[in-house]
Design a protein around this ligand. Structure first.
Ligand code: GDP
Ligand code: GDP
Length: 447
């Protein structure tokens, strides 16, 4: 498996701000920035981050022996080499200086290269470069992205323009690029729940050994430990907060300790199993724990434990299902299973569900599929039109997985009602296989 990220080459005539942009993207000021044309610099590469977009940025600044009318052989060679395996090129111009013949040369030359080009009009801070930006349309690379590399303005627009190309490169390369879908590793699992929900009993049964102390009283956790085992040949790493624990008689301290433990466990886990006590039903504290898991962006599975002792089982199950879907609307459809830690009933199904939720939680949706969904969702239920003018939703991208996080770009999105954002989030979840998974959906684009 290759371990390379998509490469984005920054190209343009001297002094337009390539190195400044490179530094902004790479975040380390390793490039030499100078006002004087003629300062020679090497081509440099660095790990770049633009919001959640990860790629390798290549700076081609330097080699100023090029005359204004031609690209020197050396520069051309360097740039060609950089472009060879690039996923996209950023053609930078100086929006205050306006277009020069050399900008046109770069544009003509880039048109022949088989790489998507994003036209960047730099030095546009405070919109001072408006005229240069308009002029740049003439280069034929579509709408120029106005930014200020020096002041960090316009980066969201740059993200919007660049993300599709980087995403497409990742999608085309399958797992050739190193990304979120790093090889899965053991399932990091935490089992949480109120004191006495049956955590230790269930863990004991899962592990098939009596290594944890269980008993009728609630417990105090000392340091939590991690336990490695495997389920059907797949490795599982369990954080045991119920712990190798001492049973407490100090009841007033229990609540506090259990909250801290739960936080620690949730922090560690990819998937959290919340145990409910079927003899007590769903209580407010259970919902608070579930909320915390969702807030932290972890995948959640809910298990109605002590099923062996439950009365009126089907009514109980339906009641809890309904209460969960109402109480946890953000993750409607979260898996709910009936289990008994004591008898072992339902534990295989529980682990199966945990692995499935992790898969969904780690999923990356290809940009093309995502945008097909997006178009459909907007068509089924168009965004509202305050004062008769439609809000414009333009483009969606998944910026990361674990938890799945999406950004929607558009105009005047601050005016978009929360109910519409929720509609999009729910529709995304239902249509793209994220049922019961906490997702993040951010809107970008204010004015
Ligand atoms: P390069 O030759 O294309 O790599 O350009 P540099 O990054 O070395 O920048 C050339 C000059 O433009 C430097 O003086 C920078 O400080 C300046 N510069 C870069 N970006 C901006 C910007 O966004 N706004 C303004 N006003 N100046 C910038
Ligand atoms: P913890 O505080 O969440 O770790 O809960 P424990 O595992 O210590 O269990 C608390 C009490 O519930 C003990 O008396 C257990 O015997 C009982 N218990 C645990 N699991 C089950 C179960 O599946 N069925 C029944 N009937 N009782 C259980």
């Amino acid at each position: 498996m290759a371990n390379k990220k998509p490469k984005v080459v920054i190209i343009g005539r001297p002094n337009v701000g390539k190195s400044t942009l490179f530094n902004r993207l790479v975040g380390k000021r390793i490039a030499l920035v100078d006002d004087t044309p003629g300062v020679t610099r090497d081509r440099r590469e660095g790990e770049a981050k633009l919001f959640d977009l990860d790629f390798i940025a290549v700076d081609t600044a330097g080699l100023e022996d090029a005359g204004p009318e031609t690209l020197s052989g050396r520069m051309r060679l360097q740039t060609e080499a950089a472009l060879e395996d690039a996923s996209a090129a950023l053609l930078v111009i100086d929006s205050r200086a306006g277009l020069t013949p050399m900008d046109r040369h770069f544009a003509d030359w880039l048109r022949t290269a088989k790489v998507p080009v994003v036209l960047v009009a730099n030095k546009a801070e405070g919109r001072s470069g408006d005229s240069g930006i308009l002029e740049a349309y003439a280069l034929g690379f579509g709408e120029p992205v106005g930014i200020s590399a020096e002041h960090g303005e316009g980066l969201a627009d740059l993200f919007e323009a660049l993300a599709p190309h980087v995403d497409a490169a990742i999608a085309a390369a399958g797992d050739a690029f190193e990304g979120e879908d790093e090889e899965a590793g053991p399932l990091k699992l935490a089992i949480v729940g109120r004191p006495n929900a049956g955590k230790s009993t269930l863990i004991n049964t899962l592990l098939g050994q009596d290594r944890l102390v269980t008993g009728p009283e609630a417990g105090i956790t000392r340091d939590s430990i991690e336990i490695e085992w495997s389920w059907e040949g797949r490795p599982v790493r369990l954080i045991d907060t119920a712990g190798v624990r001492k049973k407490a008689k100090v009841h007033e301290k229990l609540e506090k300790l259990s909250v801290a433990d739960t936080r620690r466990a949730v922090d560690f886990a990819e998937v959290v199993v919340l145990l409910l006590d079927a003899t007590l039903g769903l209580e407010a504290q259970d919902l608070r724990i579930a909320d915390m898991v969702i807030e932290e962006g972890r995948a959640l599975v809910i298990a109605l434990n002590k099923w062996d002792a439950a009365e009126d089982q089907s009514r109980l199950f339906q009641g809890v299902r309904k209460a969960l879907d109402e109480g946890l609307a953000q993750i409607k459809g979260v898996p709910l299973l009936a289990v008994s830690g004591m008898t072992g009933k339902g534990l295989d199904t529980l682990l199966k569900a945990a692995f499935e939720q992790r898969d969904a939680w780690s999923q990356r949706v290809p940009t093309s599929r995502l945008n097909r969904w997006f178009e459909g969702a907007l068509e089924r239920n168009p965004p509202p039109a305050p004062d008769g003018k439609r809000l414009k939703l333009r483009y969606v991208t998944q910026v990361k997985a674990r938890p799945p996080s999406f950004v929607i770009f558009g105009n005047r999105l601050t005016e978009l009602p929360e109910s519409y954002r929720r509609y999009l989030a729910n529709s995304l979840r239902d249509d793209l296989g994220f049922t019961g998974v906490p997702i993040r959906l951010t809107l970008r684009g204010g004015k």
